[in-house]
Ligand binder design. Sequence first.
Ligand code: FAD
Length: 292
Amino acid sequence: MSADRPISELFAQRRPVRSLEFFPPKDEAGLANLHAAATALKHISPDFVSVTYGAGGSTRERTAQACAMLRRDFGYTVMPHLTCVGHSRAELHDVADRLHAEGYRNVMTLRGDPPKGETTFVPYLDGLRYGSDLVALLKARHGDFCLGVGGYPEKHPEASNAELDLDNLKRKVDAGAAFVTTQLFFDNAAYYRFVERCRARGITVPIVPGIMPVLSLKQVKRFTEMCGASLPAQLVTRLEAAAEIPDVVEIIGVDWALDQIRGLLANGAPGYHLYIMNRAKSALAMAAGLAA
Ligand SMILES: Cc1cc2nc3c(=O)[nH]c(=O)nc-3n(C[C@H](O)[C@H](O)[C@H](O)COP(=O)(O)OP(=O)(O)OC[C@H]3O[C@@H](n4cnc5c(N)ncnc54)[C@H](O)[C@@H]3O)c2cc1C
C-alpha cells in the first residue's frame, strides 16, 4: 500500500482545500447512505475525507472498514480520526503502527468525549489525558504522520475560559499538529475572531472552518448544546417557520451552510470541512451549490 500524501502539502499548494467528514455506519442501510453521500460529493472533488472514531470496539472496527471502503471505492485520501478514549498507551502505539503500515499518513487527533452516560473524561489505565498527549505520542511513534486537531471558535465547553482554551490549542500545535479543524459554528464572525486570536497567540498553522448543514431543529439544538456553538436567531426563526416540513428545513440548512462557505472563502479561509452526517440528499444539494 503506497503512503498517503500529507495534507499539510495540500494547504501549502492549493486553496481552497475541501474535506468531508463521515461517521462509520451501523448497518447495511447506513452503509448504503454513506456510499450514496460519498458518490454525491464526488462532484466537488474533495481533497480528502475523514471518518470519526467512536468509543466502543465495534464502532472502531467500522471506522476502519469505512476508511478502507472510501479509499477503495472512491480513491479518496482518507484521514481516520483517533481518540484517547478507552485506550492504553500500548494500544495507541498498536493503532498508530497499523494505520502507518496501511499507508495512512493523516490522522485527526483528539482526546474524545466521555462515553455515553459519563459526564467527565477519565483517562484509561495508562492512557492519555489530552489531545496534545496523543499528538506527541503519534509524532514520536511515526514522525511522518500529518496530524489535525480540533479547535473551538466558541470555546471548548469544559474550558473555564477562552484564553486557557487557546493555550491548550497552542500545546497541540507545539506538540506537532499541522492544522486545526474547527468545531461546527453557524456565525462566521465567531470563526474570524477565533483565527485572529489564534494568530495573536502564535498559532500559525491553517485553521479550517468546520461547517454542518442543519438537518432538523431538534438535531441542531442537541449538537449545539453538546459543543457550545451558538445558534443565530435568524437561523432559528427560519428553521422554526419550516419545522413541519423536513424537506424545507433541509433546504434552509443547506442554504445557510452555502452562504457561510462563500463568505469564509471570500474572507481568506484555507478551505472548509463539511460535517455531512452521511446524508446523500443534503450532500448532493451542497455539491450542486458548490460546483464551480
Ligand atoms: C474536527 C473535530 C473532529 C472530531 N472528531 C471526533 C471523533 O471522531 N470522535 C470523538 O469521540 N470526538 C470527536 N470530536 C469531539 C472531541 O473529541 C471533543 O470535542 C472533546 O471533548 C475534546 O477533544 P480535543 O481533542 O479537542 O481535546 P483537548 O484538546 O484535550 O481539550 C479538551 C479540554 O481540555 C482542556 N485542556 C487541554 N489540554 C490541557 C492541559 N494541558 N491542561 C488543562 N486543560 C487542558 C481544553 O481546554 C479542553 O477544555 C471531534 C471534534 C472536532 C472539532
